[in-house]
Design a protein around this ligand. Sequence first.
Ligand code: PLP
Length: 341
Amino acid sequence: MKSFASDNYSGVHPEIMEALQRANHQHMGSYGNDAFTTRAVNKFKEHFGEDIDVYFVYNGTGANTLGLSALTQSFNSVICSELAHINVDESTAPEKFTGCKLIGIPASNGKINAQQAAEKIQRLGDPHHPQARIISISQLTEYATVYSVDEIKSLSEVARQHGMFLHMDGARISNAAVSLNKSFREFTRDAGVDVLSFGGTKNGMMFGEAVIFFKKETAKQFHYIRKQGMQLHSKMRFISAQFEALLSNDLWKRNAAHANAMAKKLAEGLQAIPRVTITQPVDGNGVFAILPKEIIEPLQQEVFFYVWNERTNEVRLMCSFDTEEEEIQRFLKKIKALVSA
Ligand SMILES: Cc1ncc(COP(=O)(O)O)c(C=O)c1O
């Protein structure tokens, strides 16, 4: 049985594997000078517009850290949710590479709002104080909730009023697009996002993320920043071929829609079980729930998942493109049996 631990516990989607196989012949230019990279970049342009700058990197931490680096100097600060991946799950990479202070805001549903962000923008122009430069949000959030277009627009408005930028960690951007039933562009570029980490790994790729800049001037140094940040892949075609496949034939949408639908099914089943409480709206491919403490360990032995909050016995259950309905039913059956034992 597969686990509900994370969407990156899953393997690689067969269409991505085939794309890797197709890229695996003859010699080709390195560091992005190849036809796969050109085609993959064009795919992104179809979604976001011709005038974007796209750079492929290995992982999400690299995408976020370097995207933030491009927009900041070491006397700046980055405002984000307390739960943000950049704040709690990237070691101190963002701080080390940007030199910036991260300012975490409490976010009970994973989301920060415009008022909270505005309150953290203080003492601009005062050399004694970290100078706020970026508001960073995750879409989906770490609680697998989704920001609406209006919520994003109001955060970008605050950023703009203060000459700041809006960064989006889109490790699960495809799940968000499906959840909102919007094009990628509508809730990123058109909602005022300046730089975006576009996730591939959690949605069926083997590895690879993209950093996308919507303002030319912000991308100027990224060529150098990516290399200095050790995220320039020499055999770039193997990231590009994956993105080309992900953005072809709606693979991104099929995968994310399936993962989201599985999470909904799981939540529906959990709701009907006594002593189980769903703690967050199920907007994407994750379900957060409080389980009776005594059933957590025996359940984990059957199917692995992570405890999100040891104090409250809240667990995180993630679905992915390859989660099967039958596995959900078996998991629910096991919980029912343990609860009534
Ligand atoms: C919200 C979020 N951002 C970014 C990432 C990417 O992290 P990694 O550096 O492991 O690819 C993850 C992965 O867990 C994530 O959940």
